[in-house]
Write a protein that binds this ligand. Structure first.
Ligand code: SF4
Length: 298
């Protein structure tokens, strides 16, 4: 096995793959509404991810639609994807998470959020959900560099990420860290620094995204003004393979690609062929004699 992917983890733990239900929970983001910034991260679209989700459907409708017609022994991951899914008072969070947990076949509750929207109160709420099912928090990091973080308008320093991660770990909540390779101002050395940092965190899972320029984003403006050039597939594959090799063997790799809807993708063209991206990473791993953990250092 070249790397420990999510399907393998799910088969080991549940004996099967679980289907992911991507949910728009009706949240906003403090990096858009003015609390910590406006305009959002430069790569973020108007929907804050999850562009394919019906924005008019309630949380319950989204989940029921995804579960309808599924077999009795199917299993699901309820994934709150759009915007910042811990950005509300805990009573509201509870209401919205409960609204998603309407089917016993939902085995995992996964919450995508920002580190500056994690608190002791929220961690305690998530601990309650852990009594019934697995709970993951998906935390955006994107880069270890505070300089790039400013350039992409991320809106929080690395120290905020570190505090949130420590808090979640103290509550025993598994964390999936998201990074992006190909951000403005970054190249091989910067990707490697982020990969080295990621490997040192001892987290449950990672998502490694390839960058993409999507319509309606500030990155699209930068690209149009020739202030940003995306990496080549070969550069991305090299960075992703290095990151995989640096990670501990037991870290679950949830994703190794970016997922831009085809009709919204501006560049790079290679991002639209997920299989080709995965194959390029695989070739890079094999060519270098790497597998997950082969460059891990305690
Ligand atoms: S934190 Fe997430 S939702 Fe908010 S602007 Fe950045 S990418 Fe978009």
């Amino acid at each position: 096995m070249l790397y420990y992917n999510l399907s393998t983890y799910l088969r080991e733990r549940y004996g099967k793959r679980l289907k992911k239900i991507c949910i728009d929970g009706g949240f906003s983001c403090p990096n858009r509404d003015g609390k910590c910034g406006t305009g959002g991260c430069v790569f973020c679209g108007e929907r804050g991810a999850g562009e394919h989700i019906d924005p008019t459907a309630s949380i319950g409708e989204q989940v029921r639609a995804a579960c309808s017609g599924a077999a009795a022994d199917d299993g699901f991951i309820a994934y709150f994807q759009n915007f910042t899914n811990t950005y509300a008072p805990v009573e509201v969070l509870k209401e919205r998470y409960d609204a998603a947990l309407v089917d016993d076949r939902i085995r995992i509750l996964s919450i995508g959020t920002r580190p500056d929207c994690i608190s002791e109160e929220i961690c305690s709420l998530l601990e309650e959900y852990q009594k019934e099912r697995e709970v993951w928090v998906e935390l955006g990091l994107q880069t270890v560099s505070d300089e790039t973080a400013r350039l992409i308008n991320r809106g929080y320093p690395l120290s905020t990420f570190e505090s949130a991660l420590a808090m979640l770990k103290a509550h025993g909540i598994p964390v999936v860290v998201h990074v992006i390779f190909g951000l403005p101002g970054e190249s091989r050395e910067a990707y490697r620094k982020t990969a080295d940092y990621l490997a040192s965190l001892g987290v449950f899972g990672v998502k490694i995204h390839s960058i993409y320029v999507m319509h309606g984003t500030r990155l699209a403006e930068m690209y149009g003004e020739k202030r940003y050039t995306p990496p080549t597939l070969s550069d991305f594959a090299e960075a992703a393979a290095y990151a995989v090799a640096r990670l501990p063997e037991d870290t679950v790799i949830h994703r190794l690609t970016g997922d831009c809807p085809r009709d919204l993708l501006i560049a790079p063209e290679w991002n639209s062929d997920k299989n080709a991206v995965l194959e390029a990473i695989r070739s890079e791993l094999i060519g270098k004699g790497y597998r997950q953990g082969s460059l891990f250092e305690e």
